[in-house]
Design a protein around this ligand. Structure first.
Ligand SMILES: NC(=O)c1ccc[n+]([C@@H]2O[C@H](COP(=O)([O-])OP(=O)(O)OC[C@H]3O[C@@H](n4cnc5c(N)ncnc54)[C@H](OP(=O)(O)O)[C@@H]3O)[C@@H](O)[C@H]2O)c1
Length: 254
């Protein structure tokens, strides 16, 4: 592997890595040589995922916590630094949508969406960036969505949170640019995972998305692996505050 893409000696935390896109990106970072700490809310699931990475020759550990729980999340980052000496890479991936018709969105729906998909990313990034800035090297990757730029009904809180996440990345990136810390986003298109099982099962939705995508298919978690390694590595050193859209062409064609 080119040293540009090697993550040997790096320590990474991937939130929401118990399945779906987060687990695929965690596998990719481990394949590239990083020690990857897998986060999710269920320790038993994470332990099984950790064993899969180790069976494939990678190094992994687990940190079970709810990203919305600030004291526990802060303590988890402190624990990673205490155990492994540092935290070089943070992928803010954990999130879910709260699908509602616009007039049915309650204040609680709104706050929950913002908390899991935006506020938690701010808090984790703020905490992780302290050590990154002190050591003069860090990579923060936010998992946004094509829905940050193109809307879809019944999804307004999620769309708002993802648009905010891209703003958060630009603000942090501007401020941390001289300290060796880059902050970028990946905006996936429609990838078949648990998050959209209900949506995909609705009549016509699966084909609608496939046909709306120039590559004529849904994405898979593996489609994000290369981008995650690139943004976590030295290869992306002069790139910050940007959004990599990985959507089979969905947002460049009508
Ligand atoms: N799939 C897509 O089409 C798509 C498109 C654009 C963007 N995205 C974004 O990609 C990211 C991953 O989505 P996915 O499709 O992989 O979804 P997924 O398969 O539903 O996985 C979600 C992950 O987040 C974790 N999680 C959820 N709430 C959490 C919390 N409060 N604290 C800690 N972990 C939590 C889940 O773990 P546990 O349930 O085990 O805790 C799971 O590992 C999300 O940010 C999503 O918005 C997805």
């Amino acid at each position: 592997m080119s040293p540009l893409f090697s993550l040997k000696g790096r320590v990474a935390l991937v939130t929401g890595a118990s399945r779906g896109l987060g687990f695929a990106m965690a596998r990719a970072l481990a394949d590239a040589g990083a020690l990857v700490v897998l986060n999710g809310r269920d320790a038993a699931t994470l332990a099984a995922r950790c064993a899969e990475i180790e069976a494939a020759g990678g190094r992994a550990a687990i940190a079970a916590f709810d990203v919305c729980d600030r004291p526990t999340a802060d303590a988890a980052i402190d624990d990673i630094v205490a155990r492994y000496g540092k935290l070089d890479i943070l992928i803010n991936n954990a999130a879910f949508g709260v699908p509602r018709d616009f007039f049915d969105i309650s204040d609680d729906d709104w706050r929950l969406s913002m908390n899991v998909a935006l506020d938690s990313c701010f808090r984790l990034s703020r905490k992780a960036a302290v050590g990154m800035a002190a050591q003069g090297w860090g990579r923060i990757v936010m998992i946004s969505s094509v829905n940050a730029r193109i809307g879809r009904g019944t999804n307004t809180p999620y769309i708002t949170a993802k648009a905010g996440l891209e703003g958060l990345a630009r603000g942090m990136a501007s401020e941390l640019a001289t300290q060796g810390v880059t902050v970028n986003c990946i905006a996936p298109g429609y990838m078949a995972t648990d998050i959209n099982t209900v949506f995909r099962a609705q009549p016509g939705k699966y084909d609608w998305i496939s046909n709306r995508t120039p590559m004529k298919r849904w994405g898979s978690p593996e489609d994000l692996m290369g981008a995650a390694v690139f943004l976590a590595s030295e290869a992306s050193a002069f790139m910050t505050g940007q959004v990599m859209v990985i959507d089979g062409g969905m947002t460049i064609a009508i």
